[in-house]
Design a protein around this ligand. Structure first.
Ligand code: CA
Length: 224
């Protein structure tokens, strides 16, 4: 499955037609919000991402996708407007796998997509994250406190994953809302406090690993 984010319908239709003719399943989205919604339900093999979009632009979307555990490994090809060097450099810096300068031909798009898919690394090695008496296995989605499994909800698990992948880094409540609850989230930040509270409770003797940084947000200790 290939996702194509392109606000211009004629181009989007052409991309989808080309991809399906080449044997790919493909879905098109006119804006970032629709992409994010679709990503909740399905993980594509690759995303074609236009930079200039209504609402959130492609570079901002790319940055967010690269920060979230669930989407950070999806190959992304950016479509840059008129080959602007700046967008191209920023896009590659932010973790795009390749870029196509607009206007691009459909055959060129197809060959770039195939090239990126060929070099996509096989699944990342299973990550086991640990801190003191706390251990997390990303393959089995399990968390252990002193070798005893902890029953976390999905959001609690995702929060803990994010913290353990970024030891010592402070996340604001707004960042956590964006990263864990999705970028379209506009609710109040109390949700974060509630989930941190229940997560701490379930971590038992490891609860103090998650620190409140007053006036800023939360982080996990670098050392227990
Ligand atoms: Ca556009």
């Amino acid at each position: 499955m290939i996702f194509c984010v392109e606000d211009e319908q004629s181009i989007r239709d052409l991309m989808l037609y080309t991809l399906s003719s080449a044997g790919f399943e493909a879905k098109g989205f006119a804006c970032g919000k629709d992409l994010i919604d679709a990503l909740q339900a399905e993980t594509p093999q690759l995303i074609m991402l236009d930079i200039i979009l209504p609402g959130e632009d492609g570079l901002s979307l790319l940055k967010k996708l690269r920060m979230q555990p669930a989407t950070k490994s999806i190959p992304i090809i950016m479509a840059t407007a008129k080959g602007t060097e700046y967008d191209k450099v920023i896009g590659l810096d932010l973790g795009a796998d390749d870029y196509l300068a607009k206007p691009f031909g459909m055959m060129e798009m197809l060959s770039r997509i195939k090239a990126v898919l060929r070099r996509v690394r096989p699944a990342e090695p299973i990550k086991r994250l640990a801190l003191g008496h706390l251990a997390l296995n990303q393959e089995t989605h399990t968390v252990f406190v002193h070798n005893v499994p902890a029953q976390l909800t999905l959001k609690e698990y995702q929060l803990l994953c994010l913290f353990l992948e970024n030891p010592g880094r402070v996340f604001t409540r707004e960042q956590l809302l964006e990263l864990i609850w999705g970028i379209a989230y506009t609710g109040e930040t109390r949700t974060v406090d509630v989930h941190i509270g229940t997560l701490r409770m379930k971590l038992g003797e490891c609860k103090d690993y998650i620190e409140t940084v007053r006036g800023v947000g939360y982080r996990i200790k670098e050392k227990p």
